[in-house]
Design a protein around this ligand. Structure first.
Ligand SMILES: *[C@@H]1O[C@H](CO)[C@@H](O)[C@H](O)[C@H]1NC(C)=O
Length: 294
C-alpha cells in the first residue's frame, strides 16, 4: 500500500468527516409534534415525558434526518396497569416506499410482562416482526434501547445487549434501508384494539394519565440535509476515519452469542419461523440468517 502518498487524502477525509455527536438535549434535538402540553421537555432538555389521557396521546420527533447512526435512548415505560397502551420508538423516512426501524412496547396488566415488538420496513414493506419479553421490568428504571444502523446491518440492542440483527442482504435481493434518511419518532398512544393479548384487555382510563419518560439521548449519526451527509464530503460513509467504527462494524462472535441467548430465552415471536404465514417459503433474509427455532 502506498500509504505515504495517500496521507494527504487521509487527513482531508478525517477533516471533512463530521459525524454528528449529540449527548442528550431534547430541546436542541427534538420537537413536540403531537399532544400539545402532554409532551414535556424537562430539566433544561435533559429529559422528556409523554402523557396519554382519554382525549389524546402525545409524541415527538427529531429535528434532524439521519442516514446511518448509532442512536441510544433511555426509556422508562408506563408503570402499573398499562394494558392497551403502546410506546412506539422508531426511525422512519415516511411515505409510501418508506424505510422504518421499529421498537414498540406493548403494555400489560400490572405484573404481566410488556412485549417488545420490533420490525424493519424497506421500500414500504414490513412484515418482519420479532417480539421479545424483557429480562427486567421496564417500568421500574430507565433502560437503554439502541439502534446501530450502518450500510452493513441494523442492530437492535437493549442495555448494550444485541437482540436482533437485520443484515444487508441486497446481494440476495432483499432491499436494505440505505438511501432514505430517517427521523427519530416516539409516541405514546392507545392501541387497545390490538396491543394487549391481541386486543382482549382494554385500557383502564381510571389509571390515566399514563406517563413514559425519556433521557440520555445519545447519537453518533450522519445528519442528512439537501447538501448531503454530514459524514462525508463525497457522500460515502464508508470512507470514515477509524474513530467512527460504528459505521463499519458488524456483529462479532460475542454479539452473535448474545443474540442467540436472547432469542433462546426471551423471543416469543419470529416471522422467520412462522410457517403458517409463509406457506410458499420464508423471505430470503430468513433463510440466510438462520433464525433460532423455537
Ligand atoms: C401480557 O401478559 C400475558 C399473560 O402473562 C401474556 O400472555 C402477554 O404476552 C403479555 N403481553 C401482552 C402485550 O399482551
Amino acid at each position: 500500500m502506498k500509504f505515504k502518498g495517500d496521507i494527504g487524502l487521509f487527513l482531508l477525509l478525517v477533516a471533512t468527516f463530521l459525524v454528528y455527536a449529540s449527548a442528550g438535549n431534547f430541546m436542541k434535538d427534538f420537537e413536540i409534534t403531537w399532544g400539545e402540553s402532554r409532551a414535556k421537555v424537562l430539566e433544561n432538555g435533559q429529559s422528556l415525558s409523554l402523557t396519554l389521557d382519554k382525549s389524546s396521546g402525545s409524541g415527538f420527533r427529531s429535528k434532524y434526518e439521519y442516514l446511518f447512526g448509532k442512536i441510544d435512548m433511555q426509556l422508562k415505560l408506563v408503570a402499573g396497569n398499562s394494558a392497551g397502551i403502546v410506546t412506539a420508538y422508531y426511525l422512519s423516512s415516511l411515505g409510501s416506499t418508506h424505510d422504518e426501524i421499529d421498537f414498540e412496547f406493548l403494555g400489560n396488566l400490572s405484573g404481566d410482562p410488556y412485549i417488545l415488538h420490533t420490525n424493519v420496513f424497506t421500500q414500504g414493506k414490513g412484515n418482519r416482526e420479532q417480539q421479545f419479553y424483557l429480562w427486567f421490568d421496564p417500568t421500574k428504571d430507565f433502560h437503554t434501547y439502541s439502534l446501530r444502523w450502518n450500510p452493513k446491518s441494523i442492530i437492535f440492542s437493549v442495555d448494550g445487549r444485541p437482540i436482533r440483527e437485520f443484515k444487508n442482504l441486497e446481494s440476495k435481493g432483499v432491499p436494505f434501508p440505505k438511501n432514505q434518511a430517517m427521523r427519530i419518532y416516539s409516541s405514546l398512544w392507545n392501541a387497545d384494539n390490538w396491543a394487549t393479548r391481541g386486543g382482549i384487555v382494554k385500557t383502564d382510563w381510571t389509571n390515566a394519565p399514563f406517563i413514559a419518560s425519556y433521557r440520555n439521548f445519545n447519537a453518533k449519526a450522519c445528519i442528512w440535509t439537501s447538501s448531503g451527509s454530514s459524514c462525508s464530503s463525497n457522500k460515502s460513509p464508508l470512507s470514515s476515519s477509524t474513530s467512527q467504527s460504528w459505521l463499519r462494524e458488524s456483529l462479532d462472535s460475542k454479539g452473535i452469542r448474545k443474540i442467540r441467548w436472547v432469542q433462546k430465552n426471551y423471543m416469543i415471536y419470529n416471522y422467520c419461523t412462522d410457517y403458517k404465514r409463509f406457506p410458499q417459503g420464508f423471505p430470503a433474509e430468513c433463510i440466510t440468517s438462520k433464525p433460532h427455532k423455537l
